[in-house]
Design a protein around this ligand. Structure first.
Ligand code: HEC
Length: 126
C-alpha cells in the first residue's frame, strides 16, 4: 500500500464513522417521544371519560401532571418501565377492561408504540 492509499483509507473510514454516528443520533432522537407526542392520542381517544372531576377511576389524562399523578391511589405510568405501566397494559388489553373502554377500535400499533417508547424513554414532559 502506498502512502497515498493509506491516507485515503483513513479518510474513508472516518467519513463512514461520521455518517454512522449521525444516523445513530437521528434515530435516538426519533425514538425519544415526549408528552407532546402522546398528548394528542389521549386527547382523541381517552378524554371522553378521563377528564374533570368525574374522570373514570379518578384518572385524568388531560395534562402531564395529572397523568403522572395517576388515579391518586396509584401511578398508571412508571417511567422507564412500560411493563409496569397500567396505562400501556390497558391499551394493549393485557389488563382488563381494555382501554379505550368504548372500543373497539383500539389504538393502532403505531399509537401504542409511541406510548411505549415514551414510557421507555422516561415519560418526559419535554
Ligand atoms: C368510554 C369511557 C372510557 C374511555 C374512552 C377510556 N377509558 Fe380508561 N377507564 C374507563 C373506566 C370506566 C375505567 C374503570 C374501569 C375499571 O378499571 O374497572 C377506566 C380505567 C382506566 C385505567 C385504569 C386506572 C386504574 O385504576 O389503574 C387506565 C390506565 C385507563 N383507563 C386508561 C385509558 C386510556 C389510556 C384511554 C385512551 C386510550 C382510556 N382509558 C379511555 C373509561 C374509559
Amino acid at each position: 500500500m502506498t502512502y497515498g492509499t493509506k491516507w485515503m483509507g483513513i479518510v474513508v473510514v472516518a467519513l463512514g464513522v461520521t455518517v454512522w454516528w449521525s444516523a445513530l443520533c437521528a434515530q435516538e432522537s426519533r425514538q425519544r417521544p415526549t408528552y407532546a407526542d402522546v398528548a394528542p392520542i389521549f386527547k382523541q381517544h381517552c378524554l371522553a371519560c378521563h377528564t374533570g372531576p368525574q374522570a373514570a377511576d379518578g384518572l385524568r389524562l388531560d395534562a402531564y401532571a395529572q397523568i403522572m399523578a395517576g388515579t391518586g391511589k396509584k401511578a398508571v405510568v412508571v417511567p422507564h418501565k412500560p411493563a409496569k405501566s397500567e396505562l400501556l397494559l390497558r391499551v394493549r388489553g393485557q389488563k382488563k377492561p381494555r382501554m379505550p373502554a368504548n372500543g373497539p377500535p383500539w389504538l393502532s400499533d403505531a399509537q401504542t408504540a409511541v406510548i411505549e417508547l415514551w414510557i421507555q424513554a422516561g415519560a418526559l414532559e419535554h
